[in-house]
Design a protein around this ligand. Structure first.
Ligand SMILES: [Zn+2]
Length: 107
């Protein structure tokens, strides 16, 4: 068994990240439920549609990150397979691509 300190720190960080993402998923799912409860106010429809789309996207992003954590593929770029720098993942935990690939995708 390796006793590499960096790997140990990574495992701890990943465990904390999983907890954070699980909490975040619950928050977003609760918000989604609240948003889909019809208040019957047409004036709210436009705002709520936008909020719903954003919240749905958050749920997808967070659950996708949790899935990758479970698969052991978390932190690898889906495009080129390179490791996504931890600094990037700390800012954007659901990042699926490294910076160069993300830039290419954005065009
Ligand atoms: Zn990449």
């Amino acid at each position: 068994m390796s006793t590499d300190i960096r790997a140990t720190n990574d495992l701890q960080w990943l465990a904390e990240l999983r907890t954070t993402l699980t909490d975040e998923l619950e928050v977003q799912k609760t918000r989604l439920t609240e948003l889909t409860d019809d208040t019957g106010d047409p004036a709210e429809d436009h705002t709520r549609t936008a909020l719903l789309a954003a919240t749905r996207q958050s749920v997808e992003q967070v659950s996708g990150a949790l899935q990758r954590l479970a698969d052991g593929t978390y932190g690898a770029c889906e495009q080129c397979g390179a490791s996504i720098p931890r600094e990037r993942l700390e800012i954007l935990p659901h990042a699926r691509f490294c910076m160069p690939c993300q830039r290419r995708r954005n065009g």
